[in-house]
Design a protein around this ligand. Sequence first.
Ligand code: ADP
Ligand code: MG
Length: 686
Amino acid sequence: MAQPIPGNTRLDGLKGFTKALVARLQKLGIFNVQGLLLHMPLRYVDETRISAIRDLRSGEQAQVQGEIVHAEVQYRPRKALICRLRDESGQISLRFLHFYPSQVASLKVGTHVRVFGEVRGGFFGWEMVHPQYRAVAEDEPVQEALTPVYPTTSGLTQASLRKGISWALAHADLAETLPEEIYHRLNLPGFAASLHSLHHPPPNADLYSLQERNSLAWRRLAFDELLAQQLSMRQHYARRRQQGAPAFKPSRQLITGLLRSLPFALTSAQQKVAMEICRDLEQAHPMQRLLQGDVGSGKTIVAAMAALQAIENGWQSAIMAPTEILAEQHYRKMQSWLEPLGIRVAWLAGSQGRKERRVMLDSIASGESQLVIGTHALFQDQVQFFRLGLAIVDEQHRFGVQQRLSLRQKGVQPHQLMMSATPIPRTLSMSYFADLDVSVIDELPPGRTPVVTRLVSDARRDEVLERVREACMQGRQAYWVCPLIEESEALQLQTVMETYGILQTSFPDLRVDLVHGRMKAAEKQAVMAAFSGGETQLLVATTVIEVGVDVPNASLMVIEHAERMGLSQLHQLRGRVGRGAEKSSCILLYQDGKLSETARARLKIIYESSDGFAIAKADLALRGPGEFMGIRQSGVPMLRIADLERDADLLEAAMAIAEQLLQQPSQAAAVHLQRWLGHAEELVKV
Ligand code: ADP
Ligand code: MG
């Protein structure tokens, strides 16, 4: 046999791969021979049997065969080619809404055809819309095995995909990338055998386990994919770890001073994570840690402690927040905590006046300001730090990778602490976050009463207004949140303005205020200051208040159009109340007749659970890892075969084996990565 073709051979230039074909394959993310090999079936169809038309059931995928007894092109109600196919047991209609003249010719009366498609009970009996079909001899044998169906793109037929993949299976290098002993231990079959059996299932293959992707062959590929992801993430981790960073001795004075001034004691969870961070900062390589803790778990104080450790060692710290409101709030909080200790805090935001900004920039460059707080304005080129030793990113999932990276470039590889209030389910943090160390605050400060959540139909708005009035009359404060309407910011603005107007007229005796993303920073600040100072009773807001805002006296929140919001977002919003000792509630208003299945499922979850962790898990299950926390844009290799829940055991195994492989001076890891991620080299360079 000829030499096998290396997997990384590009398709252009190979015999049989025309320019047009190569271009279409590239659309599917297939660039080379192994890309073709690893383009896996979406599902399988059973063309091994021919059903009698009489035995068909509505909704099933079936193959029937017979003679065309009638064919006509109809023009009403719309143009369609309608044929009737007859076998010994009955008749079925075939309907084509898009068709070529050649199809009309090939489906002439008297032709013997075999068709495959979904059976529907139409007005005139059984019907298939756009079935696959081909003319056959009456005694043409059926397929011996299940037929794979691949994800494809327009202009690329299943037949040509199958042909290309079969060619690759026959000619490509399918050698194992890892010592076989590893797979024996895990009871997984070989690579070549697995690929063959998934692209060309044997005649006795079980359709169910193929579809569910839990057959051994699927598990083998899932493992390989998970292993590649682990290897890539752990390599990044190791590479960054090799870089130097300033080592900070534990703080002796500043942290003690801060803790002494607080009206509360740290929870033991806060102490635990603060210790983990302190240990990291003592190292001479950059910290790469993710601090996660549910909304209200008290991450800010932990961040302040980390900043103080850097500052006490003579370095600057920066805290980056995703919104100006949050940056501003952090600024005030840090000022109140740290200025008594003699620390200078600076702040930077996009909308700052030129003069103020100049002053801030100078004090950052001279080192006079030891802590700098800001939005992504912190990255701009004009911002020069004196010496940045620690970069803290709050609500990290709100930032793109690019923004996080540019902060890293600002200093001499500063230590990095990312914080996130979206609790990350364990399998997710083991896979997509495997390039970070993770600390978890798994306990809320004492004395919080859980938020009572109520689902109220929009029809009962009046009762809700009454509740708001009562709460405010009793000296408490409330939020009224209007949702982000994805399609149109202008529309959102209009909605929130209208709501504001209505609420103002409904409550002539209350001070009602408005905050939204389009306001000038100074206006937003003034509104937020009035609300946190207790002067305003009711704050009408867009989702700009979603993250981080902390006004403990606010104990009631009304969320309009809750059915339009994602689970994590609802949980974040709800976390704005229940921050004081007062019993808090959150009212989710929904439009009754317009609830979709998923919206109903979301509302049920948020109603039943206040555990951010359980909510995140449900959110992940509803949306998948790509949408959940925007991993899709993050540059992390996406999983296409493995499923974190179904293949959790394989993930554990992949982690252990990746560690083991990276310890050994062998080529196996590189070869394995090349096979699995070679097509996405640009993605790997996070
Ligand atoms: P998040 O983790 O959502 O960022 P914050 O850091 O904003 O939470 O903390 C929420 C509130 O809890 C703040 O008002 C903060 O001062 C307070 N807090 C933090 N830690 C404690 C604690 N150990 N005991 C009591 N209150 C605390
Ligand atoms: Mg926070």
